[in-house]
Write a protein that binds this ligand. Sequence first.
Ligand code: ZN
Length: 215
Amino acid sequence: MIEARRVLVLAPHADDEVLGCGGTLALFAERGARVTVVVVFDGALGDPDGRFDGEGYAARRAAEARAGGAHLGVTSYRFWELPEGHAPSDAELRAFVPRLDALARELRPELVLAPWAGEAHADHRAVARAVELWLAEGAAPTEVWGYEVWSDLAPEHLVDVSGVWPAKLAALAEHDTQLAYRDLAAWCEARAHRLGAGALEAFRRFDVPVTTEVP
Ligand SMILES: [Zn+2]
């Protein structure tokens, strides 16, 4: 993975950027990189038991994300607030491509991080598929790597995030709406230690389709 100065993270839901690559983002931020997180879905289905006030729930999750990002040195967040849980078709996902193009033109990321294509969660797969469609059009100007949240990937790159692990846990701790359902820290601990010594975050490069275009 390159030493990027500008990093764009596509997170299906607020918290995925922490769960999947929060330590790596903290390391990039520490080295002066500008990290922008785009949260794609509104997260409205994240409270199946109705434990939180439905009105303002999306805003609450956005506030949690920003508070979490502050622990990682990430201050730039955007929220697309698309309705989650409807498994969009390829035709619908193609509508993302111009939007991703516009983001890339504006932010000029050298590295894009997105959920890897094998995630079991439908919203995660949808974002990964949109990225694949983007790559298939030869449009992505940059390195694109997948991170894991709920489903293990076969890593091509590991980042040792032991040194920033407390920051990752502090970021996770801001996500009260999700902690009400799941011990996210325990989940991350198990994931981070499954691949060897130290706390590791795992990445896999998105397959870039063969293109004849000259860059
Ligand atoms: Zn998610």
